[in-house]
Ligand binder design. Structure first.
Ligand SMILES: Cc1cc2nc3c(=O)[nH]c(=O)nc-3n(C[C@H](O)[C@H](O)[C@H](O)COP(=O)(O)OP(=O)(O)OC[C@H]3O[C@@H](n4cnc5c(N)ncnc54)[C@H](O)[C@@H]3O)c2cc1C
Length: 524
């Protein structure tokens, strides 16, 4: 009666990540995409540290790195008048190799397990598509458009361009113009800002010949101090480049590229298109058996790289909750918690993106006074590139499946990350004895980290009786215990903390019911 358990609409990075996560969990899933094949079009180019931790947990991080930018290239950000002129501002950011060395040496939990990875969306999508196609429970159908749906108590009937399909759940990962969202009647609120043109160029010689000086001129972003908001971005191959500019016609983008480089180079302009800067958040993330994720519910200015990275967070929050509900051990609060948990992150990241883009606006407005521009940009431009708090420090507050703790919760700061095991937070990365990452030791289900001898068999029995995956992970590492602050930490499959304490007797007696979404009376 059901053709599939979950129908995912849209094979952008978010729909693809969701399909891979569902497939790895053995959930039967069909992914439909209206395009005939992944396209060679520029969009995102940076998976942030949290996304790379997520891909590591899915066993994909090494493949993503192998397909992306080489590890030795720094991520410096420049503000210039042209590439052949001395830069007005240079902000240095480490290469992946340097960042990995820093992570290896860090023992205070303040760094992620994985650094960022620069990989262009047109490289990432085919990679994820291949992963999804290799999973036996996933069906991937390109050239197949979602048209409409109706839902009832038991499932969703979906009309596709190829015919009808019946699924237990539908997830719209169909991007900013989401038809699924529109059919649910869910509106987006916020700001619709300026329109820019973006072009993609192939230029084989530029990377080795970047004329900027002094010092090694390699960077990722080159902002041009002008009235056109020119912004040159290196893509993962180092042979492809994108330029954004506020110009009136496509052909002008060739001249703007030449002006930006400042010296003659051989190049080919492969694509020009328009795109709009938005700061928008959907009123709802779900209705009944239909869920929304990624750009379908939040649109940010790419400043800060919180677009697809927020969407990957949505995908992995939803995947295990769908699995739990389909397998029968997940209670009603679990799927209801998706919107509560992820919409607050969407709201926070739209705010972070607004804050970063206001910083950029401040210095951009000073293009007639370059010394002043450089002075202001020295501070303001950093807001776009230093968002580690937004990447790692988000915490699910007010969730019906997270324990409540008295006292003041840690402050929310998207510029700074302070490691915390406060309920709802992501488990901070820490190296265990033998330089093994704690995150790598945590299994796929619920995990109770136990740092001291005590009997927790009642909790093991309780999870087992529900059929929910649960394991106890015994560690005696002093550094991890000190950082985490408690002898017992209960984690969910997505590495977020449900509860922490020193004695199981201090936990709510029904903690297993809370964690699995069965506790009556929780606001959901
Ligand atoms: C210039 C630029 C730079 C960016 N840089 C970054 C960055 O560095 N880091 C970052 O995190 N984000 C960045 N972003 C944002 C990022 O590209 C988006 O957030 C990301 O693509 C969202 O992924 P998604 O899967 O939600 O949606 P999309 O990538 O939009 O994918 C949606 C998919 O759904 C398909 N679809 C739509 N309707 C239907 C239908 N009816 N039936 C079937 N299929 C359908 C579409 O064809 C598409 O493939 C950037 C964006 C732009 C424009």
């Amino acid at each position: 009666m059901f053709d599939t358990e979950v129908l995912v609409v849209g094979a952008g990075p978010v729909g693809l990540t969701l399909a891979v996560d569902l497939g790895q969990r053995g959930v039967r899933c069909t992914l439909v995409e209206r395009k005939d094949a992944p396209q060679f079009l520029p969009k995102m180019e940076r998976c942030n540290a949290r996304t790379m931790e997520i891909y590591r947990r899915m066993g994909l991080a090494d493949r993503v790195r192998a397909a992306g930018l080489r590890a030795d290239v720094p991520m410096d950000v420049y503000i210039v008048t042209a590439l052949n002129q001395p830069p007005l501002v240079r902000h240095q950011y480490p290469s992946v190799a340097d960042a990995k060395r820093a992570i290896d040496a860090c023992s205070d939990g303040s760094m992620p397990l994985e650094p960022y990875q620069l990989i262009s969306q047109y490289t990432l999508e085919p990679l994820l598509k291949k992963e999804a196609e290799a999973l036996p429970s996933v069906t991937v159908r390109y050239g197949c458009e979602f048209e409409s749906f109706t839902q009832d108590e038991h499932g969703v009937t979906v009309r596709l361009s190829s015919g009808e399909i019946r699924a237990k759940y539908l997830v719209g990962c169909d991007g900013g113009g989401s038809v699924v969202r529109k059919q649910l009647g869910i509106a987006m609120q916020g700001e619709n800002l300026s329109e820019l043109r973006q072009a993609l160029y192939r230029c084989d010689e530029l990377f080795d010949r970047i004329p900027i000086g002094p010092g090694p001129g390699h960077g990722r972003h080159y902002h041009v101090a002008d009235e056109r908001w020119r912004f040159l971005i290196m893509q993962d191959s180092t042979r492809h480049w994108t330029l954004h500019a506020a110009v009136d016609d496509d052909a002008e983008m060739a001249r703007q590229f030449e002006l930006t480089i400042g010296v003659p180079v051989k190049y080919e302009m492969l694509y020009v298109g328009k795109w709009r800067q938005n700061l928008l958040l959907a009123d709802r993330y779900a209705s009944g058996r239909v869920f929304l994720a990624g750009d379908a519910v939040h649109l940010v200015i790419p400043t800060g790289g919180l677009g697809m990275n927020s969407g990957v967070g949505d995908a992995i929050d939803l995947a295990w909750k769908l699995e739990a509900t389909l397998r029968g051990w997940g209670g009603p609060n679990l799927l209801a918690s998706y919107e509560i948990e992820r919409r607050q992150v969407g709201e926070r990241n739209v705010g972070a993106s607004r804050y970063a883009s206001l910083g950029r606006r401040k210095w951009r407005g000073l293009w007639r006074d370059l010394p002043e521009l450089a002075r202001v940009a020295e501070v303001e431009q950093r807001k776009s590139n230093e968002m580690i708090g937004a990447e790692l420090g988000y915490r699910y507050a007010g969730s019906p499946v997270i324990g409540e703790e008295p006292g003041p919760a840690p402050e929310d700061d998207f510029r700074r990350y302070v490691p915390s095991t406060w309920p709802g937070a992501r488990l901070p990365h820490v190296w265990l004895d033998g330089h093994v990452a704690m995150q790598d030791r945590v299994g796929p289900g619920y995990t109770l980290l136990r740092f001291a001898d005590q009997d927790v068999s009642s909790l093991t029995k309780a999870f087992k009786a529900m059929g929910a995956p649960f394991a106890v992970l015994d560690r005696r590492d002093a550094r991890a215990r000190e950082l985490y602050g408690f002898d017992l930490i209960l984690l969910r499959p997505d590495l977020h903390v449900v509860w922490r304490g020193n004695r199981l007797a201090d936990a709510p007696g029904n903690i297993h019911l809370l964690a699995t979404g069965h506790l009556p009376g929780q606001k959901a």
